[in-house]
Design a protein around this ligand. Structure first.
Ligand code: HEM
Length: 124
């Protein structure tokens, strides 16, 4: 059974998104990415992020992940920050540890497609 089915499918995803969304809006390191995005789209984003993380149905047959995030200058640190918010939210809502553990493994492979900001050059 996928983590998605185990936590109760679409209804539970909606509940998790409500909490995750508040966390992301309250995080000064993340809010700039989403400032131009309207709130319904932001919720849709969180839903896609979470459903993907839980191994649920593919919600976005359209653009590839790389295309969707191209030009957004997403950093490794902000990728980590969003993932951490998700893991903490799931834990706080009582999602079993083995499901939370699976989430990191499901999201991590997408890092290369989502992160596009080049690291700052090192001074020699
Ligand atoms: C692996 C994790 C992620 C998944 C599964 C995911 C999912 C998606 C999807 C499906 C879209 C396309 C929406 C559309 O075309 O309508 C999108 C766009 C976007 N993503 Fe992500 N995302 C992830 C990580 C991130 C991160 C780490 C950030 C920023 C910190 C981010 C910021 C955005 C923004 C700003 C958009 C454009 C939103 C819009 O205009 O609607 N995403 N993401």
């Amino acid at each position: 059974m996928s983590g998605y089915d185990e936590i109760g499918g679409a209804g539970s995803v909606k509940a998790v998104v409500a909490v995750l969304y508040q966390r992301v809006l309250g995080d000064p390191d993340l809010i700039d990415y989403f400032r131009e995005v309207d709130l319904d789209r932001l919720k849709a984003h969180q839903r896609a992020f979470l459903t993907q993380a839980l191994g649920g149905p593919d919600l976005f047959a359209g653009r590839s992940m790389a295309e969707a995030h191209a030009g957004l200058d997403i950093t490794d640190a902000s990728f980590d920050a969003l993932l951490e918010h998700l893991l903490i939210t799931l834990h706080d809502l009582g999602v079993p540890d083995h499901v939370v553990a699976g989430v990191r493994g499901a999201i991590e492979p997408l890092r290369a497609e989502v992160v596009s900001a080049r690291p700052a050059p090192v001074d020699h």
